[in-house]
Design a protein around this ligand. Sequence first.
Ligand SMILES: [Zn+2]
Length: 445
Amino acid sequence: MGKVALHNKRGRQLFIVFILAMLTLLLTSIVALANENKVTVLASTLNVRYGPGLSHEILTQVQEDAQLNVLGEENEWYKVRLHNDQVGWVASWLIENDEVSTDTQVRVRVTSPEANVRQFASTDSEVIGTVFAGEEYQLLYRENDWTQILYQNRVAWIHSNLLEVTTTPTTQAVVTPNSDTVDSIRVGINPTNIRRAPSTDSDIVTTISEVTEFAVVDELDDWYQIELPDGQFGFVASWVTESVSNEVEANLPPVDTGNQQHYAVNLAEATIVIDAGHGGHDPGAVSSTGVVEKEVALNTAMILANKLRNAGSNVIMTRNDDTYISLNDRVYHAHQAQADAFISIHYDSVEVANTMSGTTTYYYSESEKDLAEAVNHYLTQFGPLNNNGVRFGDYAVLRINGQPSILLELGYMNNDHDLTMINTTHYQQTIADAIYQALSAYFSP
Ligand SMILES: [Zn+2]
């Protein structure tokens, strides 16, 4: 009996060792799979952008031979994770891509009813969100008891005990929980078009001119679907509404149902938000000689702000120093102040050095074209560099901005000729003066 018992115990131990070995193998292969899509940068400097295309703003830059993890692919652009866990997009033709297969995504499913999403792999780390049972996320990496996932377009960690790996991706759409889910919205702060489909090109069903609350039926991209009093359904652009429910409300200015449409008729009564691009850990474009966009943008912004203040304008700067400010926070300043104009100051960069030159003015909504054209006119007239005209630009600081907003690219950091100009106080003063003159003309009766 004794012998048999001993034998069984030994057998169980062996069995447990075997199971542990198999588990280790499984986890190792998962990690290997998650790391399989590493690619190498071929260009000497590669722009990492906020979205898949040249029209998207530059998030940061990486140097030749840098290793990136590919998370996805769209229109010849790769969504990548950088070594510092930022997520952005790069042109696929500028990276070595023989081995890339974006189909081998490994996903995890949340098994716990609710799980904290953290910034780092530790329970001491900041909670940046909550996920719920059944939701699926892309697995990026596993170490010790922690799993790194792609969460709301950023890299985050969840304790591995709260997840299971789903090696075969389900056909069900990925749940991308939005912590800012809105139940009900206010429409009609300014006359607001309700459209048949979620696009500014779609037919107008009706226009709402009085502030009215609607329950949100559905959310599609940046649009809310609502039911009108006559039973019809329509879509309203989220950026012209205010949320009534949840914490988002605290971030919005109080609703004044009185005279909302105040258009300043001179600089002295205008509230102008000056937004110096990038800052802090986000340098923006960097020249081959080490000049950083965040610095020249801030210098230019400060010169412009001083000129406007001297003219009596109420000037709000989204940053006064080398601090990182999120795109949402930048726009928040414009909304809170009900700014008459939001001017975002940037310097440009292109995939191949010295192939582009000059200044460009971007707008998002048709209604902002006047402001864009006014400013661009003066940039053309007084700016020492070539001008590339007024263009539509899908920049978040414009897209989510309910106030009149434009974004200026004031020369190319990776054009040798532009750079010799850009990096001088003389150029920055000349450009700031051109913008100042433009605003002065724009805010005149
Ligand atoms: Zn920029």
